[in-house]
Design a protein around this ligand. Sequence first.
Ligand code: PGA
Length: 226
Amino acid sequence: MKIIAGNFKSNLNRKSTIGFLKSLDSTLDNISNKEIYIFPATSSLVENNFKHIILGAQNAHYAESGAFTGEITLHHLEEFNIKTILIAHSERRNLFGESDEICATKFDFFKERDFRIFYCIGESLEVRESGKMLEFLDSQISKIDLDYQNLVLAYEPLWAIGTGRVAKAEQISEIYRFLKSRTNAPIIYGGSVNEKNASEILGICDGVLVGSASLKVESFYEIIKG
Ligand code: PGA
């Protein structure tokens, strides 16, 4: 079963997200062997009751509810029956200052509540070129439970996210083998995945996490179809 996940980031408003989800869901009747996830913007979350699509949250604070201005918590996800969350995306880490410790605290909180957790890791170009890439990736996963049954590990090299510069097959294979030596969780790849390169990548790892090419039903459907 391959995992195909779309991360809408801060794109598509509620109206266009609902239109997207309905339209995509209705085209997926003949698709099998694929688990399809969409992570819409927080204000576009809707009831998680599609036939073929599982909805996840891009982010939430690690609390049931409370005084956390600007954040949503478990309580809000439960309202929509959402049981999937993206944690540690590089934009959360780099733009919003989420450290490995914060990401791990989030991981533990949602793990205790049996969430499907997509946990992101990935090196910068600088780290890659320093020769310390595997050490770095190891440190990014060192604080989470790699035996957690509901974990999906997303390898997203920073230099490939939103750049159009997708990692080469051998680079993805190297990291895939390395991470598989650490965990039995599915390992997916993200970073400039599109309808042209997705099938090759899906031949190497267990799925893809797609940003910009997930924003149009047509291109995302092509990726799913493979
Ligand atoms: P991209 O984003 O496909 O636009 O590179 C991937 C991601 O950030 O998850």
